[in-house]
Design a protein around this ligand. Structure first.
Ligand code: UD1
Ligand code: UDP
Length: 386
């Protein structure tokens, strides 16, 4: 029997992590033929992360250039996707999140009139330039989507407010939790020499994990975060900071010039996913502007300082699991110190973003879309327990 051709367009680290469990679910289904198009927006990290999940791309577009601009990246991706779609005629296409790759995947599917599914649909700050360009990418993608997979009830409400038909929105939870559980079930340990040396026998330190990459924080913002980290280590000998630095040279230049060779601040390259999950699961506090890292921290019961002015994940702040601190040095230090004094949140498990079944729910919906199944899909219900 002819297989239904389901294509996935991805290109950055978070897209690989959040689509991998879904791709694996589709690969194990007898009626679907899966193909992966890696735009290579993150040329190094996309390959490294695909390998973790033992996924091999069918197309590798190799679009990345150093310090790439949004316009040139967009042009390269759109042109290459058009050629592939003319050749392959996919029956369905998935994009995830809010990157340039996701926007280009959506636009190209629209031009080629391929039905489109959006994973992690409906996140909004309501501010055009925050985050930039991700907020507008999400808004634009939503207009072209046939099936919206919302991770939380709030995301679903956001889509309804934009007059998207309720029947096209499915509350699934976030696939990042599927990926996280996939790693945890493999008994994640670390073979990273520095993590092993610094963490294996250390029960007394206050471990802080830091990541930073958002365009709004480039330059001054990241410099301020770095100053706050210096204050924290010099004020408290119990603090150890691990900072896996994003490979973007714009980020690296600032972080290394401010923080290289300081005691108890460990600058690392981008960690492989199992190592990063291990680090997060050992941490007491996360300081980040990353979306995926916030979701994982919540799922692991680790509080987060969100180094942004506004958030498309307000659920975290409302549940008291994170605080918006911007890139304000004093706020970062003050809030970190409050968590050092223990707000008593860190031993809880939180199913705020998912229960590990998001991919399964999405698969069921697509079966229905192609007339293979008519089972109702139970909606994801967020849950917090101590
Ligand atoms: C991109 C996404 C952002 C997402 C982030 C996840 C856009 C506009 N931005 O931002 O939404 O949160 O990825 O990390 O889609 N680089 C490498 N090797 C890599 C990856 C990047 O050297 O494997 C360097 C290159 O010089 C590249 C630069 O980083 O030009 C920036 O990459 P880009 O994807 O444009 O932006 P990010 O800030 O990574
Ligand atoms: N991550 C990782 N290694 C690292 C830093 C992050 O595996 O050194 C993972 C992290 O677990 C999360 C994802 O990368 O799933 C987040 O990616 P990023 O912060 O680049 O993008 P965002 O989520 O902000 O779009």
């Amino acid at each position: 029997m002819k297989k239904i051709k389901v294509f996935f367009v991805l290109g950055t680290r978070p897209e690989v992590i959040k689509l991998a469990p879904l791709i694996m679910a589709f690969q194990s289904h007898p009626r679907f033929g899966v193909k992966i198009i890696n735009t290579g927006q993150h040329q190094d990290m996309s390959h490294e992360f695909l390998k973790v999940f033992e996924l091999i791309p069918d197309y590798d577009l190799q679009v990345m250039t150093e310090k790439q601009s949004l316009g040139s990246l967009t042009a390269r991706i759109i042109q290459k996707l058009e050629e592939i779609f003319e050749l392959e005629h996919p029956d369905f296409l998935f994009v995830q999140g809010d990157t340039t790759t996701a926007l280009c995947g959506a636009l190209s599917s629209f031009y080629a009139q391929i039905p489109l599914g959006h994973v992690e649909a409906g996140l909004r700050t309501g501010e055009k330039y925050r985050p930039f360009p991700e907020e507008m990418n999400r808004v634009l993608i939503a207009r072209m989507v046939d099936l919206h997979f919302a991770p939380t009830p709030l995301a679903k409400t956001n889509l309804l407010k934009e007059s998207i038909e309720e029947g096209k929105i499915f509350l699934t939870g976030n696939t990042v939790v599927d990926a996280l559980l996939w790693i945890l079930q493999r008994n994640v340990a670390t073979s990273h020499p520095l993590l092993e040396k610094e963490l294996r026998d250390d029960q007394g330190s206050f471990i802080i994990v830091v990541t930073a990459h958002r365009r709004e924080n480039w330059g001054e913002g990241i410099r301020n975060i770095a100053q706050a980290l210096k204050t924290l280590v010099s004020a408290h000998s119990r603090v150890k900071i691990f900072f896996p630095v994003h490979p973007n040279p714009v980020v690296k230049e600032v972080v290394y010039s401010e923080l290289a060779s300081l005691p108890r601040i460990f600058l690392l390259g981008s960690l492989e996913y199992p190592d990063f999950v291990y680090l997060l699961s050992r941490s007491s506090l996360v300081i980040t502007d990353s979306g995926g890292v916030q979701e994982e921290a919540v799922s692991l019961g680790v509080p987060t300082l969100i180094t942004r002015e506004s958030t498309e994940r307000p659920e975290i702040v409302e549940a008291g699991l994170g605080v918006l601190v911007g890139c304000d040095q004093e706020r970062i230090v003050a809030e970190a110190l409050k968590f050092m004094e223990d707000r008593g949140v860190s031993s809880m498990k939180r199913l705020l973003f998912g229960d590990g079944k998001a991919s399964w729910r999405i698969l069921r919906v697509i079966e229905g879309f192609f007339g293979l199944h008519h089972e109702d899909v139970e909606e994801f219900v967020p849950f917090i327990y101590g």
